[in-house]
Design a binder for this molecule. Structure first.
Ligand code: ADP
Length: 495
């Protein structure tokens, strides 16, 4: 080989070395860019546990900078109660094993513990000898918190007495808890993947799209009382509360449903209702006779100008009148509860009905000033008896809940083919909190807040509101404690 040939050979070997060196440099640059941009802490250390490299995420997760850590022992990160982990890991690595996704805790510079998942591999030299360790630590605090939350939630769902069911937007069941099995009889295996329609009686299938529509428009469905079918074909009363399940972007991806078995409650209500209905019927007959005898005796006493008997019998008539109103209210309540309250419509004069109601009230409430401008001569198409009850209830409440001597103003205002009827008193007034519940069955304002004891059952206003609903109207109330109350409603006029 001549000199030139030898020189060329040397140059080509050098070229090869240079390009290998460049490639190695490039690879190392790529690797270090990956290491710097990784979300995980990437750390290397020698076999004595001395840190030899420390990336940016290691700094973010553990709080120490590279210059604080490199050259110092990794034991700084290990909590005292986990000190034996390090020798154990090292011995596994010396045997050539990798440690994958080892969940543990490490201590940050600020003393806080952080949950990490560690993946540790041996670093070998050209000869294959282990010279150190590379460690990837992922911060799993958020995952741990989510896992704990989900464990708590799943414990609640498992131990709940209510059926908790989730389904997708196609009504396919996606989860089914133990109480769902107890209440409906089907196991989770039998129901997951099935349509929820399996539980809904045929005549109620239209409820499902209605509920879905409400939820899609952002409404919640709460305490919706309905019936569902069990595995054994029996119908049970349930109260449903349904909420949307949303993804991170806020899109509805499913529904969660809590179903409470209210069969016992419904049976109890039915029994109470039957009892009220029977007792009211039984009381009505003797009371009607008693009233007639009193009225007859009253006529005779007046004829004899027997003032003493006239006074006592008038009082007795007033009291039997009150009892008769109460019994009517109870009968109406039980009819309403059974869905049996219907209207019997007729055309009648509002002014005549109003006169009757006020006349009756004047006997009961001689202590109050009843002020009524002549009610306009208009005709209504309504249930005369039931509307009479509405007027009587509102007027007798105005009397009951205001001081004797105070004024009660009754107004009938005709406007836009409607009549607005209002009863304004100067009585106790009603706090806002009570106003929200006033038209619920059996609701009464607490006696200590009323200062005086007034007897009642809390059904008058419930009936008023329900009877008006049946007439396509609604009761309105304006009131402030100590400033009296105005109850009003409007009815369409017969044109
Ligand atoms: P009851 O009078 O038998 O208690 P209601 O249903 O008629 O039942 O009335 C419910 C409650 O509303 C009453 O207990 C009373 O506290 C309150 N209330 C009704 N009307 C008036 C009124 N005009 N002024 C003040 N409070 C009233």
């Amino acid at each position: 080989m001549d000199d030139i040939e030898q020189a060329n050979q040397i140059i080509s070997v050098q070229d090869e070395l240079n390009s290998a060196y460049r490639m190695a440099e490039e690879r190392s640059a790529v690797l270090s860019a990956i290491i710097d941009s990784s979300d995980d802490a990437i750390i290397s250390k020698n076999l004595d546990g001395i840190v030899t490299s420390w990336n940016l995420s290691a700094e973010r997760i553990f709080g120490y900078t590279a210059s604080e850590m490199i050259g110092t022992s990794i034991l700084r990160l290990i909590p005292e109660d986990r000190a034996d982990e390090e020798p154990h890991i090292l011995s596994r690595l010396r045997n050539g094993d990798r440690v994958d996704h080892f969940h543990t805790k490490r201590r940050r510079k600020d003393g806080q513990l952080v949950d990490v998942s560690l993946t540790i591999s041996p670093v070998r030299n050209r000869e294959g000898l282990i010279i150190g360790v590379s460690k990837i630590a992922r911060d799993i605090t958020a995952i741990k918190i989510a896992e704990e939350k989900s464990a708590i939630l799943s414990a609640i769902i498992t131990s709940s007495d209510d059926a908790i069911i989730s389904k997708d937007l196609n009504s396919t069941i996606t989860s089914w808890n133990a109480s769902a099995q107890r209440i409906f009889g089907y196991s989770a295996e039998e129901m997951i993947g099935e349509s929820i329609l399996k539980l809904i009686p045929l005549d109620r299938h239209q409820e499902e799209p209605l509920i879905l529509g409400k939820l899609k428009s952002g409404e919640r469905v709460e305490h919706f009382e309905t019936r569902r079918m069990t595995k054994w074909g029996t119908l049970i009363d349930v109260s449903l509360t349904i909420s949307p399940i949303k993804d991170n972007a806020g899109n509805i991806i499913g529904l969660s449903k809590i179903a409470r078995d209210i069969t016992d409650k419904k049976l109890e209500e039915q029994r109470k209702n039957d009892f009220i209905s029977i007792v009211s019927h039984e009381l009505k007959t003797p009371l009607t006779s008693l009233r007639s005898y009193i009225q007859l005796a009253l006529i005779k006493a007046r004829e004899r100008t027997d003032e003493f008997s006239t006074r006592l019998l008038t009082r007795a008539e007033v009291q039997t009148g009150k009892m008769s109103t109460m019994i009517h209210d109870f009968l109406n309540l039980s009819r309403l509860e059974e869905g049996k309250m219907t209207l019997s419509l007729s055309k009648f004069s509002l002014a005549d009905l109003m006169k009757e109601v006020v006349l009756e009230a004047e006997i009961l409430a001689s202590s109050h000033q009843l002020v009524m401008d002549a009610c306009p001569e208009v005709e209504l198409l309504a249930d005369r008896d039931k509307l009479g009850q509405v007027l009587t209830n509102l007027l007798s409440n105005a009397v009951k809940y205001s001081a004797s001597g105070s004024r009660i103003t009754i107004d009938c205002l005709v406007r836009d083919n409607q009549v607005e009827i209002s009863f304004a008193d100067q009585g106790l007034g009603i706090a806002e909190e009570d106003q929200r519940h006033l038209f619920e069955r059996f609701y009464r304002v607490r006696q200590d807040q009323q200062q005086s004891h007034v007897s009642g059952f809390g059904i008058g206003l419930y009936l008023v509101s329900e009877i008006l609903k049946l007439h396509g109207s609604e009761i309105r109330l304006q009131s402030r404690p100590g400033e009296g109350s105005v109850f009003s409603f409007s009815l369409a006029l017969e044109s």
